[in-house]
Ligand binder design. Sequence first.
Ligand code: NAD
Length: 281
Amino acid sequence: MSERIAVIGAGQMGSGIAHVAALAGHPVTVIDVAPAVVDKGRATIAANLDRQVKKGAIDGAARDAALARIETATAIEAVAPAAVVIEAATERVDLKYRLFEDLDRLAAPGAILATNTSSISITAIAARTRRPDAVIGMHFMNPVPVMQLVEVIRGLATSDATTQRVLALARGLGKTPVEVNDAPGFVANRVLMPMINEAVFCLMEGVGTPEAIDTVMKLGMNHPMGPLALADLIGLDTCLAILEVLHEGLGDDKYRPCPLLRKYVAAGWLGRKSGRGFYPY
Ligand code: NAD
């Protein structure tokens, strides 16, 4: 039988990770702070599975079996039976540190503690636990059911055994893992976020409209989405948080977040998830 996976956070990423894990045959426990949030996560998973059935990617029986494998909880203690915990809560350093202290205390001995953080140091998160060898980055891309990559990030103390187990787990979920070392933003966001930030500077300086900036990058560089539309998909709060980590961690002003990005986040314009970002939704 496949090992149980606990997913912390039922937001965009947590629900996507639970979706692919359940479809791959894992029993899954999804944990978030309130019943309404876990219910919304479950409804998102059901709607996305339905979409896959309509497309002919899976059949109705696979959808029903996947949904039946997903349990939800609002208490972190529900991680106890999991062999692997994948944390996908809000991108805030203090929150992740506190969560990993709790996870270390409550997860089974021998359980792997993975984080889907976009940018926070795996080494620093691991240092909050008494099992830094079993802490690793498992960075899924959004939307999780669609995107092939899992960036697997080794912290300073991550063991070979943990890394091998996580690489195998990612392959079992139908993904292609790529192993990298811990550094601010890892590879994906170290390269992506400066591009998104530069697009926001272009907008702020009136170099082009959002549509013009995105169309240049789509048609000119063959990107499937423009950087501003992609920022709206990721969440502008998440983009800002990642840029702060790059700026602070690498100490170079080339990573300073654009003031217009800060302004949008302050206004609560967070992109798709709030109904408004660089575009209305
Ligand atoms: P989100 O805002 O959609 O969801 C975050 C969820 O975490 C919310 O439901 C929130 O209630 C929950 N949460 C907060 N505190 C919690 C706690 N103590 N216990 C349990 N749940 C808690 O955010 P998201 O986009 O799903 O991002 C989650 C993580 O994934 C972040 O670390 C982010 O950097 C990372 N990530 C995001 C993307 C992306 O494109 N959005 C891509 C890769 C990785």
